[in-house]
Design a protein around this ligand. Structure first.
Ligand code: GLN
Length: 201
């Protein structure tokens, strides 16, 4: 058996939906708040929510530096929406006191889609996800303004980058955890499995 244990950073945001989606994608899923809990997982999801709040709580809970260390060390990580912002090496328009974990060489614009349209759904073709397009739920969503040479673009919507991967870090502007379609979570669970296998070789 190769059932990975995947955490969901549970400081704020749609934690429960990710736990359900990960379980449906055959992972053991558990909430992570403290450094000791982070140390026990094979991979981590950063949920949607409010990135400034998540950033401040991560510092307050003493988990920001451990998060950076694990991401630097190659732990697979998947961020949705606010979680995507947390993975950006740079935010175009940060709020004061807002920090990121970093890990993906990209510049992200917060609330980029939100100003015209608070929330919408659109079919998104995601590279690496077989079959029909994914139903993308965008809620005050960021987009990726630009990426570095090592960052792979997995999806675009309306001419803007909405899904990326760099090494073991995956990020989407939208929320697959809200749709009942677990293919993006399965893609991430596969990344975690592959990384565990590579470690044990
Ligand atoms: N706009 C939010 C932020 O800046 C993200 C919204 C979301 O995660 N649905 O953090």
């Amino acid at each position: 058996m190769n059932t990975p244990v995947i955490g969901v950073l549970a400081l704020q945001g749609d934690v429960r939906e990710h736990l359900v989606a990960l379980a449906a994608a055959d992972a053991v899923a558990r909430p992570v708040r403290r450094p000791e809990e982070l140390a026990e997982v094979d991979g981590l999801v950063l949920p949607g929510g409010e990135s400034t709040t998540i950033s401040k709580l991560a510092v307050l809970f003493g988990v920001m530096e451990p998060l950076r260390a694990r991401v630097r060390g190659g732990m697979p990580v998947y961020g949705t929406c606010a979680g995507m912002i947390m993975l950006a090496d740079k935010i175009l328009d940060p709020r004061s006191g807002q920090e990121t974990i970093g890990g993906i060489d990209m510049i992200v614009r917060r609330n980029a889609f939100g100003r015209q349209n608070e929330s919408f759904e659109a079919a998104v073709d995601v590279r690496g996800v077989e079959g029909d397009p994914v139903e993308g739920v965008f809620i005050r969503a960021p987009w990726v303004e630009s990426v570095g040479a090592e960052t792979e673009v997995l999806a675009e919507h309306g001419g803007h980058i909405v899904a990326v991967r760099q090494g073991n870090a995956l990020a989407t502007s939208f929320h697959p955890e809200l749709t009942g379609d677990h293919r993006v979570h399965s893609l991430f669970v596969d990344m975690v499995r592959a990384s565990r296998t590579a470690e044990s070789l």
